[in-house]
Design a protein around this ligand. Sequence first.
Ligand SMILES: Cc1cc2nc3c(=O)[nH]c(=O)nc-3n(C[C@H](O)[C@H](O)[C@H](O)COP(=O)(O)OP(=O)(O)OC[C@H]3O[C@@H](n4cnc5c(N)ncnc54)[C@H](O)[C@@H]3O)c2cc1C
Length: 313
Amino acid sequence: MAADKAKKEDKSTTQYSLFFIQRFKGKVLFNVPMSEYTSFRIGGNADVMAFPQDEGDLKDILSFAEAKNFPFYILGAGTNLLVRDGGVRGIVINMSEGFKDIVWQEETKAVVGAGVKLAEVLNVCKEKGLAGLEFSAGIPGTVGGAVLMNAGAHGGEMKDIVEGVEILGKKGQKGFIPNGDLGFSYRKTGLPKGAVVIRAHMRFAKSSAEAVRDKIKEIAEKRKGTGKIAYPNAGSIFKNPEGKFAGRLIEEAGLKGEVSGDAQVSEAHANWIVNTGRARAKDVLALMAIIRDRVYSLKGVVLEPEIKVIGED
Ligand SMILES: Cc1cc2nc3c(=O)[nH]c(=O)nc-3n(C[C@H](O)[C@H](O)[C@H](O)COP(=O)(O)OP(=O)(O)OC[C@H]3O[C@@H](n4cnc5c(N)ncnc54)[C@H](O)[C@@H]3O)c2cc1C
């Protein structure tokens, strides 16, 4: 049995290697600990992690995955992600090392690569005195991940500034999806399954450097509590139910500080779970189950996860 498994793994690794050696410009890693690629610092190994440098690389890898029927998963900065302890089968396509361009098409419009960090775009906006993205101050992650999650805070979200996105479909076909067809809703988009965001067209409003700086300061002040959380985490674990705050419900359920292994409900913000040492995904998932059960039985509210959970147990 074990020999069969080893043989199978060896064969698939060889297949991957041959493909990448011949065609791929970017870096390719095998047996990669996902804990090194997630802000939670949790997760088993991914079989393969590929870092496409450009559209050609991405197209090749998507076509390859399609032809071989290999599963793939798109990774940004891994700041909204819990990877299970058994890791990820197939190819993790890491978008954070390519797609780094910011091209200004007009004074208030930029086409931004999916691998650019939101913070970098915000910095440019600050210098240029462009408003619209201030809500993102303190949100880590890439533009691609932020679009997919419709990331937002303090009354703003990506939906407000994204005019549309350039994508590669899962068969490697290129497309442009305008804002109205992106199916944006609370921390969600309706991007076609398997589509990869390669660039976002972002529209800002003319303002002044001082006004943008002041707004960022105001947001930073509001985030002061969570800003002090020193342990690895993935931001909010659950979405806010309509008209309510998940954090408040969890706190009122008496769960602040609750522990499972090295995972703990943060003392600073009850909707954040922190990894206080060597937490495993199973610890975080157990804590999430406790939270959901307790909040449901005490408050009658079903909490829906905001973080994405992937991989095998
Ligand atoms: C300290 C902290 C604070 C946070 N605060 C906030 C907050 O205030 N508001 C908020 O909304 N979020 C917050 N988050 C969560 C997270 O930062 C955002 O959701 C962020 O936008 C995720 O980007 P990422 O690049 O890390 O995506 P990842 O975590 O890598 O991926 C998230 C999802 O996007 C998909 N994805 C990534 N890139 C692409 C792409 N190019 N094409 C298609 N799909 C893609 C992935 O497959 C996955 O489903 C916080 C997280 C942390 C750790």
